[in-house]
Structures are given as C-alpha cells and as structure tokens.
Design a binder for this molecule. Sequence first.
Ligand SMILES: [Zn+2]
Length: 607
Amino acid sequence: MRTAICLDSAALLTWGAFSSLRFWKKLCISVLCFIVSTGTKSALAQKTTRAAQFKAQHAWSAPLRIEPMLSGNFGELRGNHFHTGVDLKTEGREGLVVIAATDGQVSRVKMSPWGYGNALYLDGPDGVTTVYAHLQRFAPKVQSWAVERTYAVRSLGLDASPPASAGLHFQAGDTLGWSGNSGGSGGPHLHFEIRSTANQHPLNPLDGWLDKVDTRPPVLPALWVESATDWYRVSLPASDTLSLKSKVRFSVEGYDLLDGASNICGLRTLEAEIVEEGSEVLLTHRASWGELDFGVNKDMNAHAFYPVWSSTRDQVHRLHRFPTNRLGIYETPASAGWVELAAGQHAVLSIEATDAAGNSVSMDVPLVGGQPEMPSDPWCDDLGAQDHGEWQVEPGLAGTERHGRFEFAWKAGTFFESETMRAFVRDNGRTLALEPTEVPYRKSLQAQWPVPSSVTVWEGAWSILPRDTLPSDRWLAVQRKEGGDVARAVVASWLDEAWEVDLPRGGEWTLERDTVAPRVLPYHSGTPLVASGDAVWFLEDALAGIEDVELRIQGQWARAVWDPKRNMLTYEASDAIHPRGVACPVTLTVTDEVGNTTTWERSLTWP
Ligand SMILES: [Zn+2]
C-alpha cells in the first residue's frame, strides 16, 4: 500500500483508514498530502508471521542447494487454475539434490504421467506439509516402497499414503530425491509447495518461507474494457481520458517479474477502486494471493478475463468478483462489476498491484461518460442463415434445452453468469457450433444431436468410412487450432442414432472417428533394450491419445513408466523382475481412448 502522510491529520487516522484507496483519495482532495511508496512492510509482516514462527521453533531448509531462481510463483494464472506453489529453476537440467525443508514423514507418494509427475508430500511439525513435484527419482527408501506398492496394485501410476510403519521419516536437510521433469512439467524444475496439513490449502511460499530477494515491481501493461457486446484493450499508462459510451466492467493485465529471471509471475495483491468526481465510490475490489483452496481453484476461470486469458494466456484479472465465484482470495464483496457514467461525468479508476517482496505499482486512469452508442450484436453474423437454437442459462439452475434436432443438458453451477446460448449444426451434420465461445464452464455441458446420413458425411469428402452405414464406435468430438492441430478431443458416445458428448467449452466441435491403433516402436530398430538394461519404447497415437498400457515380462505384470511428453515408455531394469542371459517373452499392449489396441510381442534377452 501507499502510505499517505497528511501533515495536519495523520495522527488522527488509523493505519486501516490509510490502507484504503478511498480514504487516501478523499484526504488528498482536501488536505495537503505527501505520497510515499514504502512497500507493504506492515501488511507483509502479518503474512510472514506463520513462517517466522515456524522457523523460530523448527528446523528449516531451502529445498535446493542453489540460489532460488523462480520460473513461476504462487497465484499465477495457469491453465484452469491458480498455480499453487513456486517453480524453482534447476539450471536447465535434471538430477539436482532435493532436500527436505522440514523434519517429517512422507504422507503421500505420487507417480503419474501427468500433473505433479513423481511427487512427495512431507508432513512436518505444526501442521505444515511441504510438497516436491516433477522429481526424477525419490530417495532410495521411498523409491523402493513406491515400486513395491506399484507391483502390489498393478497400476500405470501410483497415488498412495505410506503408513508410519514404512519408516519414511526425514529430517530437514536430508536428501528426499532428485529433481526432474516428470508429469505435466514443461522443462526441468522443482515445483515446491507449502500446505496447511489439515485442509491441504496451499500457502504462498514467498510469504517468509523461501528467502528470495526481489527488487522489481509488478507490471500493469494494459486495461481491458468489456461492454455488454464487446471488449477492447487500452495500453497503460493511459495517455488520455477514457470515454465510456455504455456500462462497462474492467479487467487489468498484471504480473510480477522477479530478480534473475524473465518469467512472467503472479501478483501478491491487486486492488482497484473507481471514485466519481465528488468522491462517490463506484467500485472497490481487492484480491490477495496468500492461501488457495484446491476445492474451488478452478473458479480462477471466473477471476481471469476469460475471453483474453483463454486465447492469449495473458495474466488478465477481472477487477470485480462474480457472485458465483467461490474463490477465497477476495477481501471485498462480490459485485457484477458494471460501471456506468452519465455523459460528461468524470471518475478515476485507480489500480494498485504488489508482489510478495512488497514492491508495488499503481496506475490512475481518468474516465468520462460519453454519448451512448447503439449496441451491436456480435454473434449474429455467423448465425444469420442458420437454423439455430437460442436459450437462456442461469448460474444456479440446472436445465435442459431441446431445439429441433439437438438437445442440451447442464447441471446447476455450470455457468458463472446468466448467458444467452446459441447453437446450430453445420451442413456436414458433424459440426456443432456453440456460442458464446469465450465463456468459462465450471462443469461440462451435455450435447446430443442426431447422426446424419452416411451420404451427408460422404459428401464432406471424408475418407475412412464405409459408404453405406456409419459405424457406431470410436467417435470423438474434436476442436482444432487454426493450423489444424488438435486442441481438444472428447470421446463421444452413440445413443439411438445420436451422438452424445460432454463439452468442456463452447466453439465448434466436429465429430471425427479414430480407427488408427497406437504405434509402438522399440528404442533401437531391433530391440527396446538400451545400455542401462532399461527397455524403452516410443508410443504414438494420432487423435484419441494413449489410455492404457500393459507390459508383461515372462507373463508377469511389469511396471512401465509412461512419459507422454517424450512419447516414451520405460521398463526400469532396477525393478529386476526380468531374467538375465536367457530369452524371455515380452508383451506390450497399448490402448487408446477409444479402444484401438496394438500388441507388441518379442523375445528379449537381458545381458
Ligand atoms: Zn509448478
């Protein structure tokens, strides 16, 4: 926060009053003020209390031996959630020693091709859990427990809670494992989290837990203005008074930059206020990223300005909170966020962002009401000639809608706001267009429409189908990027000559059929065996994606490590279930999401 020192009244006012932009503005209108940027020392002191208390009473170690460099921090907008930890750089490589931050017992071990990859949860004292993800390998006693457990449950991945009797205790400073790039990691790094053990809420590691010097303030490059029918970008700082021709609501692109890295990071706080000439406050908003909740973390989609976020991945924050948004990060009440100024009426939008080190940036945007324009309807162009259905959805209500040939069903809570939905089926019979496209869904929307005649499909010059009847299996609803690459694919079912599919978002969805079985290629042209004794295969699947893998060595189930990023499947020789020096049969069965299967069979001799 800015600190306002008012010569004749400072002593009369509490810090709380100063901590509101509104009071600051009011005072500055009438009283002589100095405005000093001193960072957020007092607010920060409160946030760091838990970390400071913990460190005063218990052993604590940084999770890596190198100086912390962050490629990501807490609260960044990511995919469909806020990032719940920090991403520590590992010099661009795997295999750095990962250290237990606290004394504790391993409470959860995960091994997954996706998400956290190989991850450890360490329950420490005082209800503090630390999480270490994307590891290459665990410390030997954890690794052998995890491998044994995987053979017991025979699954492609593992998510298990070791009992105390497993003896997986560590002390702060012990080696927990080695850093890697496993799971949904886009390059080698360590994902590190601090959680409250009881509710598993992640806490901001930069609130006093990790020591990270940061002298760079956050950046506010642009304001986004949304009207009922449109939206546009205004570069900040604004060069001119912004004229508002209708009721609008605001979002701001805001992010932090940390010393020593160029990565875009998240903010610690974001505050906005619109004060009308004459000091009437039209809007107040404050968000703060100190603690998150996995139960509602996907409501990030309603915090972000979704039309821009979903297409550009820019960190654009709404400056208001939808009433249906359940996130706990807000310190101001929910509001639809609409602001309307009469022609000639003046106001100021003030925005302030801080980072966890207390650096801050603020921006004032002067506003004036303009002459209203007739709103246009941007959806109509494409839909004009089509026989389309149009209906209303409400955030709190479940519903169904049947229009001519298609039918939709949705659960209560699917939408964040009331929306006018529109849908039509294109002439090819396989493409459903669903609008609006830029609205986030919290749950999927079930769509059903009749399968067109095979002639209609054939007229679309589409090759892999028999001409007489359409097969009823292996269909997917596919959304493609502009270049033709698959953006999303959802398995569709076939019910009484209709397709049924659960759509995670609007846009155009085209039914395609995947009849191509996965490809299985051994690492070397003749054999999957590599120098280490591991067996490695490359797996590829065109459309649906790999669903399941089963490896058998001499008829016995074997653990296979699947890395979808590298399309690599590995049997690790250290599992030692293979015989040596004799030929033994090895069978690898790979199945994709719609049931196409490939079986690779060979006799292998381990040296
Ligand atoms: Zn991460």
